[in-house]
Design a protein around this ligand. Structure first.
Ligand code: ARG
Length: 592
């Protein structure tokens, strides 16, 4: 474990606080923030304004006294009081250097990891077995993966669970569809006692064809739907043949899901699903009844979850339908029960479409009221908005169908490949590999850079652009740094971060200041479960770097020590950028 570094703004605030104190004011007035007028100063402190009332003094008079105390500060090289009472601050190059050197030397750049790690379960992905992954699932996978990595990076123990939809009506629909196509299959023979075949009687493409056909038919044909519900019921009650078929569907589907998630760098620790808690449901129901939490209403078993302060109607949480069947609720509650038993999490985060927010409100209230969770267990709903097409409606394929995730990746990859080839000569094979990597970044960054709860427009042209707030721009910046460092090494140079030097120009100083914001940014991204904060930071950092790059001779720098210092700064910038994109869930190629 490395040395923990205080956040730069805290150090600056302490210094300003000491000056307030020395001038006879409360030290807490010394709170320093990043300047909102970067043209005038780097940092600012509004403490004199805040203290004016308390001390019955003109703010500018206070600011003047404090500025005087800061005149010989080793931390600030400039402290100016400006009307009506602001303190405009500039950090000293030597202090900045010391801080950045500290970051470069420490593990995780000196990040203050949590002294008491929390155990967090992230419920994301949520694919439905035997249904193709569509763009609705991309957001859950992409956001959830990043949230998992961010929470882990700051020192928590994090478990990612895919929580498959593997137990509902879609399974019964497929069984019914299969039965119609191949009624002679042994799985449908009630008298069959032997062992079922090891090979699945279908491929993933067949499965994905059967499901939509069966689903469409069930909507028109009530008798067909009744059969599908019956099949679902039989499956859940343990019919041997159906269970064997279900196992095949799981194997075929999960293998395909792993491939798809894998191509997005999404990895789950647990591949559990609704079916895993089936056996727990009778116990859950008995517990709810015995403790008088649940009662029968119109034949169904429900738990009231409304509260006095509600401004809108929150319906009761239904545990069992009147026909005794369990619901989505039931499996989610049983899953909470199981997670508490197996993992005792401090927190469970659900990364799900925000249209399910009322549903989760009911589930959370029910879990709390019925004491399935301890009072200290946090249940959080991270609801995300819809990914829209350029027409502002949920994203569709050109012919109006549901866009499948793999096609979305394919289209993005093709566009990326075209742009990469346009930009430079590269052997075809390498260009394709690079396109794979950059396409994932384009897709993920395009999604993650928006606040999760907001809808966003999937704009392939913008997402794949090398300019602007995009994944390819960030990767391009990293590749640019790598290529300079590569040349430096070719010339026999060695990158040593201990050789960092004081900033030699404004853009270099701005880059160093941007680097210092890493720790505070990462912590707030974790606290707010907000990957878009990491995106905003990498974008600012990439801009600061590119500005610096255009203003500064690097390999052409003649002073050897300064050149080594510049190269060290490049190395640190690359490391911070790569750390950020890693928690966002993508990586950079060596060239592009
Ligand atoms: N399978 C669900 C869907 O496609 C998402 C599951 C979300 N997680 C949960 N614990 N309910 O809508």
């Amino acid at each position: 474990m490395g040395i923990v570094m205080k956040k730069l703004l805290d150090l600056l605030s302490e210094e300003a606080g000491r000056a307030f104190e020395a001038a006879g004011y409360d030290a807490s007035l010394g709170k320093v923030t990043v300047s909102n007028r970067p043209d005038l100063c780097e940092y600012q402190c509004n403490g004199a304004m805040a203290g004016a009332k308390q001390y019955r003094k003109a703010p500018v008079a206070i600011a003047n006294e404090v500025a005087e105390k800061l005149a010989h500060s080793k931390v600030f090289k400039e402290a100016a009081a400006v009307p009506p009472g602001f303190l405009n601050l500039k950090i000293s190059e030597s202090f900045l250097l010391e801080y950045v050197k500290g970051m470069a030397a420490e593990e995780k750049f000196g990040l203050e990891t949590s002294p008491r790690p929390r155990k967090i379960i992230i419920d994301y992905g949520g694919a439905n077995v035997a249904k193709p992954l569509h763009v609705g699932h991309i957001r859950s996978a992409v956001i959830g993966e990043s949230v998992k990595r961010i929470c882990r990076y700051v020192g928590n123990e994090v478990i990612g669970d895919v929580h498959l939809g593997d137990w509902g009506l879609q399974m019964g629909l497929i069984i019914t569809g299969l039965r119609e196509r191949k009624p002679e299959m042994v799985y449908f023979d009630e008298d069959f006692q032997g062992e079922y075949p090891k090979e699945a009687p279908f491929t993933i493409s067949e499965l994905e064809e059967i499901y939509p056909a069966a689903s469409a038919r069930s909507k028109e044909d009530p008798e067909y739907k009744a059969r599908a519900m019956e099949a679902t019921y039989k499956l859940q009650s343990g019919n041997r043949g159906y269970r064997a078929l279900w196992r095949h569907m799981m194997d075929v589907s999960v293998a395909d899901l792993k491939k798809n998630y894998g191509s997005l760098n999404v990895e789950f620790d647990l591949w559990k699903g609704e079916s895993d808690v089936h056996e727990l449901i009778p116990e859950l129901v008995a517990y709810m009844k015995d403790n008088h939490y649940a009662y029968i209403s119109e034949g169904a078993l429900v738990v009231d979850v409304k509260e006095e302060t509600d401004t809108k109607e929150i319906p009761p949480c239904m545990i069992l339908k009147s026909d005794g069947a369990s619901l989505y609720n039931t499996t989610d509650l049983a899953t909470i029960m199981e997670r508490m038993r197996l993992y005792r999490p401090d927190e469970i985060v659900y990364v799900v479409d925000k249209r399910q927010d009322l549903y989760f409100e009911q589930v959370f209230r029910c879990a709390r009221k019925t004491k399935l969770v301890t009072p200290g267990t946090e249940l959080k709903f991270l609801g995300f908005g819809t990914m829209n097409g350029s027409d502002g409606k949920p994203f569709k394929t050109r012919d109006g169908g549901v866009m499948r995730l793999e096609n979305l990746i394919r289209d993005t990859r093709e566009e990326m490949l075209r742009k990469i080839k346009e930009g430079r000569q590269m052997p075809e094979e390498e260009a394709e590999k690079v396109a794979d990597i950059v396409a994932v970044a384009a897709l993920k960054y395009g999604d993650l850079s928006n606040q999760a709860s907001k809808d966003y427009v999937f704009d392939i042209d913008r997402f794949t652009s090398f300019e602007g707030d995009t994944g390819p721009y960030i990767l391009y910046t990293i590749v640019r740094i790598k290529s300079i460092l590569g040349k430096y090494r070719e010339q026999g140079g060695e990158i040593d971060k201990a050789l960092l030097q004081e900033a030699g120009n404004e853009s270099e100083k701005a880059l160093m200041m941007e680097l210092t914001g890493f720790n505070a940014m990462m912590q707030s991204a974790a606290e707010e479960i907000a990957p878009h904060r990491v995106c905003a930071y990498v974008y600012d950092l990439a801009n600061a770097f590119n500005h610096f790059y255009h203003e500064t001779k690097i390999l052409g720098e003649e002073d050897e020590a300064r050149r080594a210092g510049l190269v060290a700064l490049l190395g640190l910038t690359r490391d911070v950028l790569e750390c950020c994109i890693d928690v966002l869930g993508f990586s950079a190629p060596e060239r592009m």
